[in-house]
Design a protein around this ligand. Structure first.
Ligand SMILES: [Zn+2]
Length: 437
C-alpha cells in the first residue's frame, strides 16, 4: 500500500515539475540577469553588454542560427550615466537612494553643500511674497518645491518651468512627491540636477542639502540588438521580440533589477526558442529579436526597423513581449482590435485550454518594441500580463518579488498561437526573389 502511495507521490511530483519547468528556467535566467553583476542591464556600466553575451550563450546552446557571422546588430545611442556613489544629505542626514529619493537621469555632476529655498503652497498662495521670492538670487542655492495643497492647474506652467527648465537658475532643484518613485533613463544631460524626494522620507525643516553626483554623457555609445532564428521551409518569418535592456544604475550604489521589465520577456523568448528549436519541419522561420535601447525610447527596435536583416514584408506576424511576469488577472493584447482575426484565435485557444484568466483587447499604442514594426505594416501584437504585481521602474522589481504566477500558462498559450500561425490556411506572403537565409 505504502509503495503505491510513494509511486503516486513520485508521479505527481514529476508531473508538477514538468508543469513548472518553464517557470524554473525563467527563474534561473532572472536570477542571473537581474543580479548585481548585471548592473540593471544599463548601457555604460556594461550591464546590457553582459546580458547580450549571456543571451548569445543561451542561443548558441540551443543552436539557433545567425544572420551573418554574429547574433549581434550594433548601433549607437546617446545616454547620460552616473558613476561613483551618488549621495544626497539633508540637514546632515543621508537619504537612501531608490527608497527616499531618485536623481533624475538627465542630471549633470554636482558636488557641494547648499542652502535650501522652499517653494510650497503657503508661499505660492501669497502672490506678493511669491513675486518677491522669485526675484532673489538662487545661483548658489537649491530650490525645493512641494506643491501639496495647491490647486495644481493654476501653477502647472510655473511648476514645469522651475522643475524642467530651472527658470530660477538654482544650483539644483528638488521635487517633493507623494507618489511612488519611478526612474527613467535619459538621452540628454541637462544643465542642472533634479532630485525627487518622497515626502514621507524628507527630514523636517530642510535647511541644507549636500549633493554628490558624478555624471558622464556619451553622445555615441555602442549597444546592440540580438537576432537569431530557427529555419523554416519558406522565406516567411514569425518574429517574437522582447527588449533586454533596463534602467542600469543610479551610481555605484544603486541598480534597477528589472525582473518584470523585461527579464520576464527575455525569459519567455528563451523558453520559446528552446521549445521550437526541437521542432522539426517548421513552415515559417521563427526569428527571435532581443532589443536594446527600449528604455531610452524604443531605440533598438526603431534601428532594426530601419536596418532590417531581411525584408520586413516577409514577417507574417510579430509578437512582442514586455512585462509578462504576473498574469493573475490575465493578459492584454495591444493591436488586438487591429488584427481581430488573430486576436479571436488567441482568445479561442485560451478558452479551450483555460490558460490565462482573461485575454483583453486593446487598440494600437506606441508603448513597446512592436510599434515601429506596426508603423511599417508588419502585423503585430504587444502582449503583457496584468495582475496585482505593481513594481515598476524601481529597485523592487526583483526576481524574489516577481510572482511569475501564470508564466507557464502564458508560454503554452504563445506556443499554441505560434503553431496556429505556422499552420493557418491563409495564402502565404509573396516570397521575395532574394532569399535572405
Ligand atoms: Zn521599462
Amino acid at each position: 500500500m505504502r509503495s503505491v502511495f510513494i509511486f503516486l507521490g513520485l508521479f505527481l511530483l514529476s508531473f508538477q515539475q514538468s508543469k513548472s519547468q518553464n517557470t524554473d528556467y525563467a527563474r534561473e535566467i532572472l536570477n542571473t540577469i537581474c543580479s548585481e553583476n548585471y548592473q540593471g542591464r544599463g548601457y555604460a556600466a556594461g550591464g546590457a553588454d553582459k546580458t547580450a553575451d549571456f543571451i548569445a550563450k543561451e542561443l548558441r546552446k540551443i543552436r539557433l542560427k545567425k544572420f551573418g557571422k554574429s547574433y549581434f546588430q550594433p548601433f549607437t545611442i546617446k545616454v547620460n550615466t552616473f558613476y561613483g556613489n551618488n549621495t544626497v544629505n539633508i540637514n546632515g542626514k543621508s537619504l537612501i537612494p531608490g527608497i527616499d529619493y531618485l536623481i533624475s537621469a538627465s542630471s549633470p555632476s554636482l558636488k557641494g553643500t547648499f542652502n535650501v529655498e522652499i517653494i510650497d503652497a503657503a508661499l505660492i498662495n501669497e502672490p506678493l511674497k511669491f513675486k518677491k521670492f522669485i526675484r532673489s538670487d538662487f545661483s548658489d542655492k537649491v530650490i525645493l518645491i512641494d506643491t501639496f495643497g495647491l490647486k495644481r492647474e493654476s501653477f502647472n506652467d510655473a511648476y514645469q518651468l522651475i522643475t524642467e527648465r530651472n527658470i530660477l537658475k538654482a544650483k539644483a532643484v528638488i521635487k517633493i512627491t507623494r507618489r511612488n518613485l519611478v526612474y527613467a533613463p535619459s538621452q540628454i544631460q541637462k544643465k542642472f540636477p533634479l532630485i525627487i524626494i518622497k515626502k514621507a522620507r524628507l527630514p523636517k525643516n530642510p535647511k541644507t542639502v549636500t549633493i554628490n553626483i558624478d555624471s558622464k554623457y556619451y553622445s555615441n555609445f555602442e549597444t546592440k540588438n540580438i537576432i537569431a532564428y530557427i529555419k523554416g521551409k519558406t522565406d516567411t518569418s514569425i518574429v517574437i521580440s522582447a527588449h533586454y535592456d533596463h534602467l542600469g544604475t543610479m551610481g555605484k550604489n544603486v541598480y534597477f533589477p528589472g525582473a518584470n521589465d523585461n527579464g520576464s520577456g527575455v525569459s519567455a523568448l528563451l523558453v520559446l526558442a528552446k521549445h521550437f528549436s526541437k521542432q522539426k519541419k517548421l513552415k515559417y522561420n521563427i526569428v527571435f529579436m532581443f532589443f536594446s535601447g527600449e528604455e531610452l525610447g524604443l531605440l533598438g527596435s526603431y534601428y532594426y526597423s530601419q536596418h532590417p536583416l531581411f525584408p520586413l514584408s516577409n514577417i507574417k506576424f510579430l509578437i512582442n513581449l514586455d512585462m509578462v511576469g504576473s498574469g493573475d488577472k490575465g493578459i492584454k493584447v495591444v493591436n488586438g482590435s487591429v488584427f481581430k482575426e488573430e486576436f479571436d484565435e488567441l482568445v479561442k485557444i485560451n478558452t479551450e485550454n483555460n490558460y490565462m484568466p482573461a485575454v483583453k483587447i486593446r487598440g494600437k499604442a506606441a508603448n513597446s518594441d512592436h510599434y515601429f514594426f506596426f508603423e511599417n505594416d508588419v502585423p503585430s501584437f504587444f502582449i503583457y500580463t496584468t495582475g496585482t504585481y505593481k513594481e515598476y521602474h524601481n529597485i523592487f522589481d526583483t526576481p524574489e518579488n516577481l510572482p511569475l504566477s501564470k508564466f507557464n500558462e502564458l508560454t503554452y498559450l504563445l506556443t499554441d498561437f505560434i503553431n496556429y500561425l505556422q499552420n493557418d490556411k491563409k495564402p502565404d506572403i509573396e516570397e521575395s526573389n532574394i532569399s535572405s537565409f
